[in-house]
Write a protein that binds this ligand. Structure first.
Ligand SMILES: [Zn+2]
Length: 553
């Protein structure tokens, strides 16, 4: 009998030891896998250990609810068998459980500590040119809410996007890499296009590693999650962006967050209810207004513009006589109406909710756009060239207690600079490779230590063997459009109307060389951060939306 009991105890000791060893093995294996995964996809600097712990717990959390009762049951059984006699030692198993519990507690405490601190809200209004906003000197009342935001924060006056196209420009905003490096181009028609490389450290990833909850509410279309835009976001959503944002803010007012908001409300076709149109033009009578009224009536029947009318874009532009000054003028006023509508129905409620929830004083708000819009200044509409009307975007930053209210910064900046700037303001180190620079010294009223004012932009036509690039440096603007080069002096020609290419060959050569060295840098980085072979085609729903926005014929 005694031999049997001793035998039983030895067996239980072996089971307990095997359990402890197995558990330790699972922990170690998880740590190795998680660290390999993080090194491949993630970010090794600040917050790396948090990423590791997070990945570890995600693996382990599923097993933990099972492992604890099993361990407790085994312990109870062993205790019953022992009946006060010398039995199997539970020391190692209990120590392991204490270690697991301690790590779990420390990780929860760290997550709680990391969740304190300022929030970040980036608002990107697609297709919003800077010079149509009151804060940027526009005479018509397009933007009362934005003007108030600018008065409460810092406005950067001369900001260029790195691409006139939605997809590459937004990817540059969120990665601080030029389009020629990240390589995520526009979806043309139904053609497949590249996906962001996992090797790129996005703004969302860096902030997620630093303890932020990360969320994006977008208009979808050309900023679809399938292109890699969702990299680093806990949640990345398409459509009904304002409603979802307000609901999300209500539910997440406690805890640190990065919210990215994007909307197509001012993108063409400029079909807006007449109460906004009449604020900017009450006199025009013609085919464009007729079409707007007809489209509005149809959209009312379908439940609003969200129910995309696929030929909305084509019908709008078919009604515009593109060489008729009255039509050009009216189309520009329709665009103004869209800005006012956005200002009242999107920006005001969004900022209002931050105020109402008491979040405004501890939130860095960044207001910007991905590109501008042309109204026949150089012979066409839309955003298909590299002139200032298509590239100059607003950049307003409000950070109460950190940035002086009402300051205007006169220098030239780029969307490329937004990510290093916000990370600097939030006190989170930037990843090892970013192509932009922090504007914080400027925003604080100091001279820019780098003294740089060069802004390069590109149109993703390089794949077709044609080159569309531009560079602004000092007072000069140099644009290459396929085989044609142009040079403008912005000091007396901000509208880029008088081509000086033939009279100033030395200036042109200097800027040509600047573009060549920029391209050289791009080629070097594209090997590390360029897209791989992964390509993706728009889904049927996305193709419908792209058609409504005029991207698919
Ligand atoms: Zn866009």
């Amino acid at each position: 009998m005694q031999t049997g009991e001793a035998h039983g105890r030895a067996a239980w000791r072996h089971v307990a030891q095997a359990l402890a060893l197995g558990l330790a093995g699972v922990l170690l294996g998880s740590a190795v896998i998680a660290s390999r995964q993080s090194a491949a996809e993630g970010y090794w600097a600040v917050g790396y250990y948090r990423l590791l712990a997070d990945a570890l717990w995600q693996r382990f959390d599923g097993a933990l609810p099972v492992a604890i009762p099993v361990a407790l049951a085994a312990g109870a059984l062993v205790a019953a068998l022992r009946r006060g006699r010398k039995g199997p030692r539970l020391g190692p198993a209990l120590a392991l459980l204490a270690l697991v519990g301690g790590l779990r507690g420390a990780s929860a405490l760290d997550a709680w500590l990391a969740s304190r601190g300022p929030n970040l809200v980036i608002i990107s209004i697609d297709t919003l040119r800077a010079d149509r906003l009151g804060a940027y000197g526009y005479a018509l009342p397009t933007s009362p809410t934005l003007d108030r935001l600018a008065a409460e924060g810092v406005l950067v006056e001369d900001v260029y996007s790195q691409s006139p196209k939605t997809t590459p420009s937004h990817m540059t905003l969120l990665t601080s890499l030029y389009p020629c490096v990240h390589g995520v181009e526009l979806w043309w028609h139904d053609e497949p296009a590249h996906v962001l490389s996992p090797a790129v450290h996005t703004l969302a990833e860096v902030l997620k590693n630093a303890g932020y909850a990360t969320v994006a509410f977008t208009g979808g279309g050309q900023v679809d999650r399938s292109r890699g835009f969702d990299q680093g976001f806990d949640r990345y959503s398409h459509g009904q962006e304002l409603e979802k944002t307000l609901r999300w803010l209500d539910a997440h007012r406690r805890g640190k967050f990065f919210l990215f908001f994007h909307t197509y409300l001012v993108h063409d076709p400029y079909v807006h209810p007449l109460r906004w149109v009449h604020l900017f033009d009450a006199h025009y009578r013609g085919a464009v207004l007729d079409t707007v009224e007809r489209l509005l009536t149809e959209e009312d029947g379908r439940g609003g513009p969200e129910a995309y009318s696929q030929d909305r874009h084509r019908r709008f532009w078919a009604s515009v006589q593109q060489d008729d000054p009255a039509d050009i003028e009216f189309v520009a006023r329709l665009y103004d109406a869209g800005i006012r509508r956005m200002d009242e129905t999107v920006l005001a409620p969004l900022l209002g909710r931050l105020d109402a929830l008491g979040l405004a004083r501890d939130t860095l708000v960044v207001f910007t756009s991905d590109h501008g819009e042309a109204f026949a200044e150089h012979g066409h509409f839309g955003h298909d060239d590299l002139h200032a009307e298509t590239l100059r975007v607003p950049l307003v930053l409000r950070f109460p207690g950190q940035l002086v209210a009402g300051r205007r910064v006169a220098g030239r900046a780029r969307l490329l600079d937004v990510m290093p700037t916000v990370l600097d303001l939030l006190g989170v180190p930037a990843p090892p490779v970013v192509q932009g620079r922090s504007l914080v010294p400027w925003l604080m009223g100091h001279p820019d230590p780098a003294g740089a004012d060069e802004a390069v932009s590109e149109y993703d036509h390089r794949w077709a063997g044609r080159v569309y690039e531009s560079v602004r440096r000092g007072r000069l603007s140099y644009i290459v459009e396929d085989a044609h080069e142009h040079l403008f002096d912005l000091s007396d020609d901000p509208g880029e109307a008088n081509d000086l290419l033939d009279t100033r060959p030395t200036d042109a050569a200097a800027l040509r060389a600047a573009l060549a060295s920029w391209l050289e840098e791009c080629r070097g980085l594209a090997g590390r951060f360029g897209p791989g072979d992964a390509i993706v085609r728009p889904s049927a729903e996305r193709a419908r939306q792209l058609r409504a926005l005029g991207y698919v014929e």
